[in-house]
Design a protein around this ligand. Structure first.
Ligand code: PMV
Length: 316
Protein backbone atom coordinates (compact mmCIF):
# COMPACT_ATOMS: atom_id res chain seq x y z
CA UNK A 1 0.00 0.00 0.00
CA UNK A 2 1.34 3.44 -0.87
CA UNK A 3 0.73 6.72 0.90
CA UNK A 4 -0.25 10.21 -0.19
CA UNK A 5 2.58 12.49 -1.17
CA UNK A 6 2.58 16.17 -0.03
CA UNK A 7 1.09 18.36 1.35
CA UNK A 8 1.54 17.07 4.88
CA UNK A 9 -0.24 18.46 7.88
CA UNK A 10 1.04 18.09 11.43
CA UNK A 11 -0.48 15.06 13.10
CA UNK A 12 -0.72 13.82 16.63
CA UNK A 13 -1.86 10.66 18.43
CA UNK A 14 -2.10 9.49 22.02
CA UNK A 15 -2.24 6.00 23.54
CA UNK A 16 -3.20 5.03 27.10
CA UNK A 17 -1.35 3.02 29.72
CA UNK A 18 -2.75 -0.35 30.78
CA UNK A 19 -2.85 -2.83 33.61
CA UNK A 20 -3.33 -6.58 33.48
CA UNK A 21 -6.14 -7.50 35.90
CA UNK A 22 -5.70 -11.27 35.68
CA UNK A 23 -3.59 -13.87 33.92
CA UNK A 24 -0.12 -12.38 33.26
CA UNK A 25 2.63 -14.92 32.51
CA UNK A 26 0.09 -17.74 32.05
CA UNK A 27 -1.07 -15.82 28.95
CA UNK A 28 2.33 -16.44 27.35
CA UNK A 29 1.48 -20.18 27.61
CA UNK A 30 -1.92 -19.96 25.94
CA UNK A 31 -4.15 -19.23 28.94
CA UNK A 32 -6.50 -16.22 28.89
CA UNK A 33 -5.80 -12.86 30.54
CA UNK A 34 -7.81 -9.71 31.23
CA UNK A 35 -6.37 -6.23 30.70
CA UNK A 36 -7.82 -2.74 30.85
CA UNK A 37 -6.61 0.64 29.56
CA UNK A 38 -5.63 3.32 32.08
CA UNK A 39 -6.51 6.72 30.63
CA UNK A 40 -4.91 8.69 33.49
CA UNK A 41 -1.49 8.11 31.93
CA UNK A 42 -0.73 8.50 28.22
CA UNK A 43 1.96 8.54 25.57
CA UNK A 44 1.69 11.21 22.88
CA UNK A 45 3.44 11.50 19.52
CA UNK A 46 3.31 14.44 17.11
CA UNK A 47 4.84 14.78 13.68
CA UNK A 48 5.42 18.15 12.03
CA UNK A 49 7.22 19.16 8.86
CA UNK A 50 10.81 20.39 9.10
CA UNK A 51 13.10 21.92 6.52
CA UNK A 52 16.08 19.66 7.24
CA UNK A 53 16.32 16.37 5.35
CA UNK A 54 15.29 13.18 7.12
CA UNK A 55 13.33 12.52 10.27
CA UNK A 56 14.40 13.84 13.65
CA UNK A 57 13.25 12.17 16.88
CA UNK A 58 12.64 14.36 19.92
CA UNK A 59 12.20 12.25 23.05
CA UNK A 60 11.03 14.81 25.59
CA UNK A 61 11.22 12.61 28.72
CA UNK A 62 14.63 11.24 27.80
CA UNK A 63 15.77 14.80 26.95
CA UNK A 64 17.24 13.49 23.71
CA UNK A 65 17.00 14.64 20.11
CA UNK A 66 18.56 12.55 17.37
CA UNK A 67 18.13 11.87 13.65
CA UNK A 68 16.46 8.57 12.77
CA UNK A 69 19.42 7.50 10.67
CA UNK A 70 21.75 7.84 13.70
CA UNK A 71 19.49 5.97 16.15
CA UNK A 72 21.17 3.03 17.91
CA UNK A 73 20.22 -0.35 16.45
CA UNK A 74 18.23 -1.25 19.57
CA UNK A 75 16.34 2.05 19.92
CA UNK A 76 12.63 1.24 20.43
CA UNK A 77 11.39 4.65 19.17
CA UNK A 78 13.34 4.19 15.94
CA UNK A 79 11.98 0.63 15.65
CA UNK A 80 8.37 1.87 15.81
CA UNK A 81 9.17 4.50 13.16
CA UNK A 82 10.92 1.97 10.91
CA UNK A 83 8.14 -0.64 11.00
CA UNK A 84 5.67 2.11 10.11
CA UNK A 85 7.73 3.50 7.22
CA UNK A 86 8.39 -0.01 5.96
CA UNK A 87 4.73 -0.90 6.08
CA UNK A 88 3.73 2.15 4.04
CA UNK A 89 6.80 1.77 1.82
CA UNK A 90 7.68 5.38 2.52
CA UNK A 91 11.08 7.02 2.90
CA UNK A 92 11.57 9.00 6.12
CA UNK A 93 9.87 12.38 5.57
CA UNK A 94 11.64 15.64 6.43
CA UNK A 95 9.90 16.10 9.77
CA UNK A 96 10.28 16.18 13.53
CA UNK A 97 8.60 13.43 15.52
CA UNK A 98 8.13 14.45 19.16
CA UNK A 99 7.27 11.85 21.78
CA UNK A 100 6.38 12.28 25.43
CA UNK A 101 4.74 10.04 28.00
CA UNK A 102 3.36 10.14 31.54
CA UNK A 103 3.31 6.33 31.80
CA UNK A 104 5.88 5.02 34.32
CA UNK A 105 8.64 3.08 32.54
CA UNK A 106 9.36 -0.64 33.19
CA UNK A 107 6.50 -0.90 35.64
CA UNK A 108 3.95 -3.15 33.94
CA UNK A 109 1.83 -0.28 32.63
CA UNK A 110 2.64 -0.77 28.96
CA UNK A 111 4.73 2.35 28.50
CA UNK A 112 6.80 1.00 25.59
CA UNK A 113 3.72 -0.30 23.82
CA UNK A 114 1.84 2.98 24.21
CA UNK A 115 4.81 4.92 22.85
CA UNK A 116 4.99 2.58 19.82
CA UNK A 117 1.27 2.88 19.17
CA UNK A 118 1.26 6.68 19.43
CA UNK A 119 4.17 6.78 16.95
CA UNK A 120 2.55 4.30 14.53
CA UNK A 121 -0.72 6.26 14.50
CA UNK A 122 0.78 9.77 14.30
CA UNK A 123 3.33 8.90 11.62
CA UNK A 124 0.83 6.93 9.50
CA UNK A 125 -1.57 9.83 9.62
CA UNK A 126 1.23 12.27 8.75
CA UNK A 127 1.93 10.14 5.68
CA UNK A 128 -1.74 10.40 4.73
CA UNK A 129 -2.57 6.81 5.66
CA UNK A 130 -5.38 5.56 7.90
CA UNK A 131 -4.40 2.27 9.56
CA UNK A 132 -7.16 0.20 11.13
CA UNK A 133 -6.80 -1.08 14.70
CA UNK A 134 -5.70 -4.53 13.62
CA UNK A 135 -2.82 -3.13 11.60
CA UNK A 136 -1.75 -0.77 14.42
CA UNK A 137 -1.77 -3.66 16.87
CA UNK A 138 0.21 -5.92 14.49
CA UNK A 139 2.87 -3.28 13.86
CA UNK A 140 3.20 -2.64 17.61
CA UNK A 141 3.53 -6.40 18.16
CA UNK A 142 6.42 -6.46 15.67
CA UNK A 143 8.19 -3.83 17.76
CA UNK A 144 7.45 -5.76 21.00
CA UNK A 145 8.96 -8.89 19.50
CA UNK A 146 12.22 -7.08 18.91
CA UNK A 147 12.45 -6.19 22.61
CA UNK A 148 10.62 -8.85 24.58
CA UNK A 149 11.39 -12.10 22.83
CA UNK A 150 8.09 -13.91 23.30
CA UNK A 151 5.35 -11.37 24.03
CA UNK A 152 1.84 -12.76 24.25
CA UNK A 153 0.37 -9.76 22.41
CA UNK A 154 -1.88 -8.63 25.25
CA UNK A 155 -0.22 -5.21 25.67
CA UNK A 156 -0.51 -4.11 22.04
CA UNK A 157 -4.08 -5.44 21.94
CA UNK A 158 -5.48 -3.60 24.98
CA UNK A 159 -3.62 -0.36 24.22
CA UNK A 160 -4.68 -0.31 20.55
CA UNK A 161 -8.34 -1.12 21.17
CA UNK A 162 -8.40 1.09 24.26
CA UNK A 163 -11.09 -1.14 25.79
CA UNK A 164 -11.10 -3.84 28.46
CA UNK A 165 -10.12 -7.10 26.73
CA UNK A 166 -10.25 -10.80 27.43
CA UNK A 167 -7.21 -12.00 25.55
CA UNK A 168 -6.01 -15.37 24.44
CA UNK A 169 -3.04 -15.80 22.09
CA UNK A 170 -4.85 -18.06 19.70
CA UNK A 171 -8.11 -16.14 19.46
CA UNK A 172 -9.25 -12.91 17.89
CA UNK A 173 -9.72 -9.93 20.20
CA UNK A 174 -12.64 -10.17 22.60
CA UNK A 175 -13.72 -6.98 24.30
CA UNK A 176 -15.16 -7.31 27.78
CA UNK A 177 -18.38 -5.72 29.04
CA UNK A 178 -17.92 -4.27 32.53
CA UNK A 179 -21.38 -4.63 34.03
CA UNK A 180 -20.61 -2.67 37.20
CA UNK A 181 -17.68 -0.22 37.11
CA UNK A 182 -15.14 -0.66 39.91
CA UNK A 183 -12.28 1.36 41.42
CA UNK A 184 -8.66 0.36 41.24
CA UNK A 185 -5.63 1.89 42.87
CA UNK A 186 -2.35 1.36 41.04
CA UNK A 187 0.57 1.58 43.46
CA UNK A 188 4.11 1.81 42.18
CA UNK A 189 6.76 -0.13 44.09
CA UNK A 190 9.35 2.30 42.71
CA UNK A 191 11.34 -0.73 41.56
CA UNK A 192 11.71 -0.81 37.76
CA UNK A 193 11.49 -4.33 36.38
CA UNK A 194 11.90 -5.16 32.69
CA UNK A 195 9.28 -7.72 31.68
CA UNK A 196 11.76 -9.48 29.46
CA UNK A 197 13.66 -10.73 32.51
CA UNK A 198 10.78 -12.22 34.48
CA UNK A 199 9.36 -13.78 31.31
CA UNK A 200 12.75 -15.42 30.64
CA UNK A 201 13.02 -16.68 34.24
CA UNK A 202 9.56 -18.23 34.14
CA UNK A 203 10.45 -19.88 30.85
CA UNK A 204 13.61 -21.40 32.34
CA UNK A 205 11.68 -22.79 35.33
CA UNK A 206 8.93 -24.13 33.06
CA UNK A 207 11.55 -25.89 30.94
CA UNK A 208 12.96 -27.56 34.07
CA UNK A 209 9.63 -28.59 35.54
CA UNK A 210 7.02 -28.38 32.78
CA UNK A 211 4.20 -30.23 34.50
CA UNK A 212 4.42 -28.21 37.72
CA UNK A 213 4.40 -24.89 35.85
CA UNK A 214 1.70 -25.99 33.43
CA UNK A 215 -0.46 -26.72 36.47
CA UNK A 216 0.18 -23.24 37.88
CA UNK A 217 -0.66 -21.67 34.50
CA UNK A 218 -3.82 -23.75 34.36
CA UNK A 219 -4.90 -22.56 37.82
CA UNK A 220 -4.22 -18.94 36.85
CA UNK A 221 -6.32 -19.52 33.72
CA UNK A 222 -9.20 -20.80 35.89
CA UNK A 223 -9.01 -17.68 38.07
CA UNK A 224 -9.10 -15.50 34.94
CA UNK A 225 -12.15 -17.34 33.60
CA UNK A 226 -13.96 -16.92 36.93
CA UNK A 227 -13.02 -13.22 36.94
CA UNK A 228 -14.51 -12.78 33.48
CA UNK A 229 -17.83 -14.18 34.67
CA UNK A 230 -17.75 -11.93 37.76
CA UNK A 231 -16.92 -8.81 35.70
CA UNK A 232 -19.54 -9.48 33.05
CA UNK A 233 -22.23 -10.22 35.60
CA UNK A 234 -21.41 -7.29 37.89
CA UNK A 235 -20.36 -9.45 40.88
CA UNK A 236 -17.60 -7.08 41.92
CA UNK A 237 -17.44 -8.60 45.44
CA UNK A 238 -15.92 -11.74 43.89
CA UNK A 239 -13.05 -9.88 42.26
CA UNK A 240 -11.01 -9.08 45.39
CA UNK A 241 -10.59 -12.72 46.47
CA UNK A 242 -9.84 -13.71 42.87
CA UNK A 243 -7.10 -11.06 42.67
CA UNK A 244 -5.57 -12.30 45.89
CA UNK A 245 -5.69 -15.90 44.63
CA UNK A 246 -4.00 -14.85 41.39
CA UNK A 247 -1.30 -13.06 43.44
CA UNK A 248 -0.60 -16.25 45.43
CA UNK A 249 -0.17 -18.18 42.19
CA UNK A 250 2.18 -15.47 40.85
CA UNK A 251 4.20 -15.81 44.05
CA UNK A 252 4.46 -19.53 43.33
CA UNK A 253 5.67 -18.69 39.82
CA UNK A 254 8.46 -16.69 41.48
CA UNK A 255 7.65 -13.27 40.00
CA UNK A 256 6.54 -11.43 43.14
CA UNK A 257 8.83 -9.47 45.48
CA UNK A 258 8.98 -8.30 49.11
CA UNK A 259 8.12 -4.74 47.98
CA UNK A 260 4.98 -5.91 46.14
CA UNK A 261 3.92 -8.11 49.04
CA UNK A 262 4.38 -5.47 51.71
CA UNK A 263 2.35 -2.97 49.68
CA UNK A 264 -0.36 -5.63 49.25
CA UNK A 265 -0.42 -6.28 53.01
CA UNK A 266 -0.70 -2.56 53.75
CA UNK A 267 -3.58 -2.14 51.28
CA UNK A 268 -5.50 -5.17 52.57
CA UNK A 269 -5.00 -4.12 56.21
CA UNK A 270 -6.47 -0.70 55.34
CA UNK A 271 -9.64 -2.27 53.92
CA UNK A 272 -8.88 -3.20 50.30
CA UNK A 273 -10.78 -6.20 48.91
CA UNK A 274 -7.89 -7.67 46.94
CA UNK A 275 -4.43 -6.92 45.59
CA UNK A 276 -2.02 -8.38 43.08
CA UNK A 277 1.03 -7.48 41.04
CA UNK A 278 0.30 -6.48 37.47
CA UNK A 279 2.46 -7.23 34.44
CA UNK A 280 5.85 -8.86 34.53
CA UNK A 281 6.23 -8.55 38.33
CA UNK A 282 9.30 -8.52 40.59
CA UNK A 283 8.80 -4.73 40.78
CA UNK A 284 6.53 -2.40 38.87
CA UNK A 285 2.96 -1.88 39.98
CA UNK A 286 0.53 -3.48 42.37
CA UNK A 287 -3.18 -3.18 41.59
CA UNK A 288 -5.53 -2.88 44.54
CA UNK A 289 -9.31 -3.19 44.51
CA UNK A 290 -10.95 -0.80 46.95
CA UNK A 291 -14.58 0.16 47.42
CA UNK A 292 -15.27 3.92 47.23
CA UNK A 293 -15.68 4.16 51.04
CA UNK A 294 -12.28 2.48 51.64
CA UNK A 295 -10.39 4.18 48.83
CA UNK A 296 -8.93 7.17 50.70
CA UNK A 297 -7.66 5.03 53.62
CA UNK A 298 -6.19 2.40 51.27
CA UNK A 299 -4.49 5.04 49.16
CA UNK A 300 -2.97 6.62 52.27
CA UNK A 301 -1.77 3.23 53.54
CA UNK A 302 -0.09 2.47 50.19
CA UNK A 303 1.73 5.81 50.22
CA UNK A 304 2.80 5.27 53.83
CA UNK A 305 4.05 1.79 52.98
CA UNK A 306 6.44 3.36 50.48
CA UNK A 307 4.64 3.64 47.12
CA UNK A 308 6.07 6.75 45.43
CA UNK A 309 2.85 7.18 43.40
CA UNK A 310 -0.67 5.79 43.56
CA UNK A 311 -2.95 6.26 40.53
CA UNK A 312 -6.73 5.97 40.94
CA UNK A 313 -8.73 4.68 38.03
CA UNK A 314 -12.24 3.41 37.42
CA UNK A 315 -12.59 0.29 35.30
CA UNK A 316 -15.63 0.75 33.06
O1 PMV B 1 5.06 -6.01 32.16
P1 PMV B 1 3.98 -5.95 31.15
O2 PMV B 1 2.84 -5.13 31.51
O3 PMV B 1 4.47 -5.69 29.77
O4 PMV B 1 3.31 -7.39 31.19
C1 PMV B 1 3.57 -8.40 30.36
C2 PMV B 1 2.68 -9.54 30.66
C3 PMV B 1 3.34 -10.88 30.58
O5 PMV B 1 2.29 -11.83 30.60
C4 PMV B 1 4.25 -11.11 31.77
C5 PMV B 1 4.15 -11.04 29.30
C6 PMV B 1 3.32 -11.09 28.04
O6 PMV B 1 3.91 -10.94 26.96
O7 PMV B 1 2.11 -11.30 28.10
Amino acid sequence: MTVNPVPRRPSSAAAPGKVILFGEHAVVYGRPAIAVPVAQVQATATVAAASAAGLEIRAIDLKRTFPLDQAPANDPLAAAIRVTLEHWQSPAPPAVLTISSTIPVASGMGSGTAVSIAIIRALSSYLGAVPDDELVSNLAYEVERLYHGTPSGIDNTVVTWNRPVYFSRDRSVQTLQIKTPFDLLIADTGVPSPTKMTVAEVRARWQNQPSHYEELFERIGQVTKAARVAIESGQVDQLGPLMTRNQLLLEQLGVSSPELESLAQAGLAAGADGAKLSGGGRGGNLIVLARPEARAAVRQALLQAGAPTVISTVVM
